[in-house]
Design a protein around this ligand. Structure first.
Ligand SMILES: [Zn+2]
Length: 134
């Protein structure tokens, strides 16, 4: 890991209702956010109050560039509904997140990019394969 805090600083003008509420509020503005620890410089996800590595509570919000590589994928097929792909993504800033992807033929190692999308009443970080093969 580099000795630099990953990602771009985020200007927060959001009421603080806790780490997840802040994450979701930023996502509604199409900012894929994560936290960086000021103590050990780790990238942290999902959002928390304290660093899980060093215990520091000085976490800053950062904007991800929304690019990464597929670590794992699976397709979920709920009865009576359209199947959808779920992936674990290693983001370039150094954290892993679970999300949805708009491609059920995605392969491990594929480069992906986020495109926030509406799902019901909220915005989700939907990913797509970069330079899609279709
Ligand atoms: Zn830390």
């Amino acid at each position: 890991m580099s000795a630099e805090i990953p990602g771009r600083a985020v200007e927060l003008c959001i009421e603080d209702g806790g780490p997840h509420a802040t994450y979701q509020a930023l996502l509604e503005q199409h900012v894929l956010a994560f936290q960086a620890c000021s103590g050990c410089l780790s990238a942290i996800f999902p959002p928390r109050l304290r660093c899980p590595r060093c215990g520091a509570d000085l976490l800053t919000w950062r904007a991800s560039a929304g690019r990464g590589a597929v670590y794992s994928s699976t397709v979920i097929a709920p009865r009576g509904q359209e199947p959808y792909a779920v992936v674990l993504i290693d983001l370039d800033e150094g954290y892993r997140m679970m999300s949805r992807i708009d491609d059920d033929a995605v392969a491990i190692g594929d480069r992906v990019v986020v495109a926030p999308a509406r799902a019901g009443s909220e915005t989700i970080p939907l990913f797509a394969v970069e330079g899609a093969r279709r």
